[in-house]
Design a protein around this ligand. Structure first.
Ligand code: NOJ
Length: 781
């Protein structure tokens, strides 16, 4: 699709159309707070707003302009603190355009009042916050939300977050994080949707629509911020803030698409990343910020730097002092300086010295004011103070529970000799032992970046299980056993004793949300931390059946424990309804429907590991990789001598209490012409019948993958190009249809053009990235 048609689509998708379709998934319009006035113009491209911006700009001094480009943290710092506290005077002097980390209606109103009454031009402050997976109502962490494969529920969760944040004056969230992450060492993998650009794009759109609603100026809407632009997830060695080397084709094929999807959905802002991309820091990168974002995609919102990332041009080594750092970042296209203070302090001299044209400053100010007008901040700068302090809305709690339920991934649930699988817990279970440091850990259930989430809203697995046990007349025994990290093995004996007295053991293990996930939490070892593996071994030695529930912000390497337990549930950090949601799936009241959006490695040495890799010239093929190479012909293939290539659990994997079968595929054609595909006038229909052949109702996520061969550049062994969540009653079957057209089949070819090329294409539809029914078709000239 060319830039112009993309732009028209953007307009239609965000403001007129009631549904948006990417590939084969339809995302419904904002489900919470239906809005009555139909929007007729894109607020970022509204002549009336432009006229107001122009008129205001004409009245502004250079200092006032630079003030609009300046953002400080007015609350608990979320980065290295400057210790600054004088922002009240600065607001009055017109030196602050935005504050982050200020929360509470009273607090935002108070500061806003300074801007609206004491500053010369009365330009409202835009308050921003990391509202990442809920504001007061804490939903599962984003990686968990992505594991629902349900953009609709993500959109609803984002809409709830927007409503709660906006009620307290926070009209801008630094979300969604749409960084593709292929390396589980990187702690921030928890904040995104995982490793896949197709799924990541759908999730990006869902968040933007949820936050921004049908109109940005609706009192319940907040501006989205797609971050971290760009390539941040490709940090070398998985070490946070580290350098990235991303060839342009990979950038365009994998890392840019979720940002483009967010921009096309109308995202009002983007955040530039900390990392260098191919030697040029992302926060001063003219190629990504100007060429791609503004010129190719036509983005009209504004770009905020990450926390002091403008200043970090100096340690990066592309500036020797603040003035150069500020100049390079602004000229490249970063409009607002978060926390660094350089735009405020250094740009005036740059402008006066002729090194920065005034029109560049004006353009940055225009973009920021445009968003402020679009949000209706000039008309409604304050919020209702009495609205705060209320308890959680029951509808929001229920949504948090459903989202958590859908985010859980049943990784393993083996049938035992002559007996059914461990899960769901059978009615015959009289005594359950709940063991582990995550069983009753309120803080960890909330996950990283819990915004205004309140500890007292959290129901842990222990609390919910106690309730369940009382109703079922089941006995629940509990022992912590070990700390998440560190501690002694003093608690192990009690844990083992408790396990001995039970019919089944539930082991709640995993990562500390605050210390081990999100920013600055990269891990070189990604097994269960501390003494937890030892605890598991001790409990397993009792011979009791074990269900392992893993609470983590990344896919852990569970290789050494996988065979010691009968079932594994990947629960992420599930939010306030962790306990009730888990009890429902463990007991079988609800079924599992989550699927992995990240590949689970066997060991850290396999990283980076992702399903959509290239084949190489020497693929391992049918070579048995479970043992070291012995014969000559096995040696010269792409493999490790001491580890398999295959992951422990593949992308897309997730079990259910029922089973689904796929019929052979039907393709609407065997051959299609590239020319017709490129003109957008043709698409292939792929049809399959999915049947629930098990004994229970369930939800299947039918996933469509392709592989193209014979193209000008090598294409991945598989690429996700469609999926559908389908609820099927026991015995029920449904015909599922996907389409493959230009959008799904085009890629960045050898001439760096995004086109469909002649190719031999294999298509699979199935339950994960390693299996499925398949067919073949050809793309001719
Ligand atoms: C730094 C983080 O990288 C970014 O994601 C966040 O939005 C800002 N700090 C503000 O807290």
């Amino acid at each position: 699709m060319n830039t112009r048609s993309h732009f028209i689509c953007k307009f239609l998708r965000a403001f007129v159309a009631v549904t948006i379709t990417i590939g084969s998934v339809t995302v419904s319009p904002q489900a919470v707070a239906p809005l009555s006035r139909p929007a007729i113009v894109d607020p970022l491209n509204d002549p009336a707003i432009e006229a107001r911006v122009s008129s205001l700009l004409r009245q502004m001094t250079l200092e006032e302009k630079l003030g609009q480009l300046n953002q400080f943290s007015g609350g608990a710092p979320t980065g290295p603190s400057t210790g600054r506290t004088d922002y009240r005077q600065m607001i009055a002097a017109g030196q602050i355009g935005s504050l982050l980390n200020v929360t509470g209606a009273k607090e935002t109103n108070e500061l806003q009042r300074i801007a609206m009454t004491r500053s010369r031009l009365k330009i409202p402050i835009l308050f921003g916050l990391d509202v990442i997976h809920g504001y007061r109502t804490t939903f599962p962490v984003p990686l968990g939300l992505a594991s629902t494969w349900n953009p609709d529920i993500v959109e609803k969760a984002a809409a709830v977050a927007a409503r709660e944040a906006a009620a307290e004056g926070v009209r801008w969230t630094f979300s969604p994080m749409v960084d593709i992450a292929r390396d589980a060492r990187w702690g921030r993998i928890v904040e995104g949707a995982g490793e896949d650009p197709f799924l990541g794009s759908l999730m990006a759109v869902a968040y933007v629509r949820g936050y921004q609603g049908a109109r940005l100026d609706h009192p319940f809407s907040i501006a989205a911020c797609a971050k971290h632009y760009v390539g941040y997830g490709a940090a070398e060695g998985g070490r946070d803030y580290n350098t990235t080397e991303i060839p342009e084709r990979l950038l365009r094929d994998v890392y840019l698409p979720p940002f483009r999807a967010a921009v096309d959905a109308g995202a009002a802002t983007l955040m530039s990343a900390f990392n260098a991309v191919n030697g040029v820091p992302a926060s001063a990168n003219p190629f990504t910020l100007d060429q791609v974002l503004r010129r190719e995609w036509g983005f009209r919102g504004f770009v905020v730097s990450d926390w002091t990332s403008v200043k970090e041009m100096i340690p990066h080594g592309i500036a020797n002092e603040g003035a150069t750092a500020a100049r390079k970042a602004l000229l490249a296209g970063v409009d607002m300086d978060m926390e660094g203070g350089l735009y405020l302090n250094d740009l005036a001299a740059e402008v006066k010295g002729g090194r920065v044209p005034m029109k560049v400053v004006d353009e940055a100010v225009r973009r920021i004011l445009r968003v402020k007008f679009a949000l209706g901040l000039f008309e409604r700068p304050y919020v209702e103070e009495s609205a705060g302090g209320k308890g959680l809305d029951p509808a929001h709690i229920e949504l948090a529970r459903t989202a958590a339920e859908e985010s859980f991934v049943l990784l393993k649930n083996d049938a035992r000799s002559g007996q059914p699988p461990l899960l769901p817990l059978s009615a015959g279970v009289r005594t359950v032992a709940l063991i582990g440091p995550l069983a009753d850990s309120v803080g960890d259930m909330r996950g990283a970046w819990a915004a205004k989430g309140d500890r007292k809203d959290v129901i842990t697995l222990r609390v919910a299980l106690e309730d369940f046990a009382a109703k079922r007349q089941m006995q629940l025994l509990h022992a912590k056993g070990a700390e998440i990290v560190g501690g002694s093995d003093a608690g192990m004996a009690t844990a083992v004793d408790v396990a001995r007295r039970a019919d089944v053991v539930l082991l709640a293990l995993g990562e500390d949300a605050g210390e081990m996930t999100a920013e600055a939490t990269s891990r070189a070892f990604i097994t269960l931390p501390g003494l937890q593996e030892k605890l598991l071994e001790a409990v397993a030695a009792t011979g009791k059946p074990i269900v392992l529930v893993v609470f983590s912000g990344r896919p852990l390497a569970l290789t050494s424990v996988v065979d010691r337990v009968g079932a594994i549930v990947q629960a992420w950090h599930p939010g306030i309804q962790a306990g009730p949601a888990l009890v429902r799936v463990l007991s079988g009241e609800a079924n599992f429907s989550g699927r992995l959006t990240v590949t689970m490695p066997r060991s850290v040495g396999q990283l980076p590991l992702y399903y959509n890799h290239l084949n190489t010239g020497r693929p391992a093929g049918k070579v048995d990789l479970t043992r070291p190479p012995t014969r000559g012909e096995e040696k010269y293939v792409s493999r490790y001598i001491d580890e398999q290539n295959a992951p422990l659990f593949p992308f897309g994997h997730g079990l259910s209490y029922t089973r689904f079968e796929y019929s052979p595929l039907t393709l609407s054609a065997q051959s299609l012409s590239a020319r017709a595909l490129n003109s957008g006038s043709l698409a292939l229909r792929v049809t399959v019948e999915v049947k629930n052949v098990g004994g229970r109702d369930g939800v299947e996520v039918a996933q469509l993958y392709i592989r193209q061969r014979g193209t000008s550049v090598a294409r991945p062994v598989r690429e996700l190009k469609g999926f559908q969540r389908i609820a099927l009653r026991a015995g029920e079957s449904r015909r599922v249809e996907f389409t493959l057209g230009e959008k799904e089949l085009a890629f960045w070819n050898i001439d760096m053009k995004e086109v469909v090329e002649p190719a031999a294409v294999t298509v699979w539809v199935g339950p994960n990235s390693q299996s499925g029914s398949y067919g073949e078709f050809t793309i001719t000239r």
